[in-house]
Design a protein around this ligand. Structure first.
Ligand SMILES: Cc1cc2nc3c(=O)[nH]c(=O)nc-3n(C[C@H](O)[C@H](O)[C@H](O)COP(=O)(O)O)c2cc1C
Length: 183
């Protein structure tokens, strides 16, 4: 039976390159993984006072993560950091206090950014966050960092044009599937 993998995308743009990569990952994932892209753009900004009577968006995402066997993040870089939308989702699912749904789920990071740095800062930040006590997720040691996205990585049809990028993503998802199997 396939492992259920929740995939969070750190951009809600209608023309998001990260969404293109998320859909590509979904399409090439091995049969051992079922990738489920989860909605995070509609979450109210996290406020612990809301935990007493959580908005249904919080409850929905918490339940989706609770039901997942693993979690993937596909993210742009916003001013040198992970986007607020993604950090908000991480915080929402880490609470109420003592009820974090992240703990123990194997995770992996893909970044898709304009600069040639490829978003290494973001995958490193996500890896650091994954070690926080109420997140506590084992992380695949290497990330797939896709940079220079305005230079031939995608074509006008919104597809990945670069064979090298496709190969990087194929290798990443195979390694992630092996990693998930260990748990
Ligand atoms: C608020 C904001 C900040 C950005 N900061 C960075 C950055 O620090 N490094 C970078 O490489 N690209 C940066 N970009 C450009 C993004 O990499 C580019 O817009 C990319 O397409 C975002 O991914 P998306 O298409 O999935 O939304 C930034 C974009 C926005 C909107």
């Amino acid at each position: 039976m396939s492992k259920q993998i929740a995939l969070l995308v750190g951009s809600n743009s209608a023309t998001s390159f990260n969404k293109i990569v998320a859909n590509y990952i979904k399409s090439i994932a091995p049969a051992s993984l079922q990738i489920n892209i989860v909605e995070i753009a509609d979450l109210p900004l996290y406020d612990r006072d809301l935990d007493a009577n959580s908005p249904e968006q919080y409850t929905r995402l918490r339940n989706q993560i609770a039901a997942a066997d693993g979690v993937l993040f596909v993210s742009p870089e916003h001013n040198g950091a992970l986007p607020a939308m993604l950090k908000n989702a991480i915080d929402v699912v880490s609470r109420p206090m003592g009820e974090s749904k992240w703990i123990g789920k194997p995770t992996g990071f893909i970044t898709v950014v304009a600069s040639l740095s490829g978003g290494v800062r973001v995958s490193d930040q996500l890896r650091l966050i994954s070690s926080a006590p109420f997140i506590n997720m084992p992380a695949l040691p290497f990330a797939a960092n896709i940079g220079g996205i305005f230079n031939g990585v995608f074509n006008d049809k919104g597809e990945i044009a670069s064979d090298a990028v496709k190969e990087t993503l194929q290798n990443f998802i195979k390694a992630y599937a092996d990693f998930v199997e260990k748990f």
